[in-house]
Design a protein around this ligand. Structure first.
Ligand SMILES: [Mg+2]
Length: 176
């Protein structure tokens, strides 16, 4: 059975940028959400921002995250993960929430600082620091997700190696 796909998304400078009381959403976020919904991925928004700030931005500026995310984590969960696993967005903090095999993906503008190497796929995205209608980084993220999932699926469906006849194979011996 294929594992459940789970995608952890960072917020600030990944999904948009906050500037003087306005959160500017990055172009093509809708495409990423559509892709994640299409592949039936669980969406977890995980930000280092203060919990109430994260809730406020998500409910005002990221309606689809608000609607489809299974969890919205802020600084409190970052601290818990850091205390236990030494990473603010530790993979194990997510894996223990599931009682099944998961394919864990993470998208962050500071991926190596925040996410450990036990993610199945970590995508470093260029930080989005100011509104730019021509930004295409989310489309590149979508491409990486599709290619990695196809590769993982191909590996799962590779035929098992055929066992070679071993050296201790004994021919039938006919006794007359
Ligand atoms: Mg960030």
């Amino acid at each position: 059975m294929n594992p459940l796909i789970v995608c952890v998304l960072d917020m600030d400078e990944t999904l948009g940028t906050y500037d003087r009381q306005t959160f500017h959403v990055r172009p093509k976020i809708q495409t990423l959400i559509n892709l994640l919904r299409y592949i039936k991925s669980d969406i977890i928004l995980w930000s280092l921002g203060r919990d109430e700030y994260v809730q406020r931005i998500v409910s005002h500026s990221l309606p689809d995250i608000c609607k489809y995310a299974t969890k919205i984590f802020g600084h409190t969960q970052c601290n818990r993960a850091y205390e236990r696993y030494n990473y603010y967005k530790a993979s194990e903090h997510i894996r223990i929430m599931y009682d099944c095999d998961i394919f864990l993906m993470g998208v962050d503008d500071k991926v190596s600082q925040n996410m450990d190497s036990q993610y199945d796929l970590r995508i470093q995205i260029q930080p989005y620091k100011q509104p730019n209608p021509n930004d295409k980084a989310i489309l590149e993220v979508c491409e990486k997700i599709i290619n990695s999932l196809m590769k993982a699926q191909d590996l799962r469906h590779e035929p098992l190696p055929v066992s070679e006849p071993s050296d201790d194979y004994v021919e039938n011996v006919w006794v007359y």
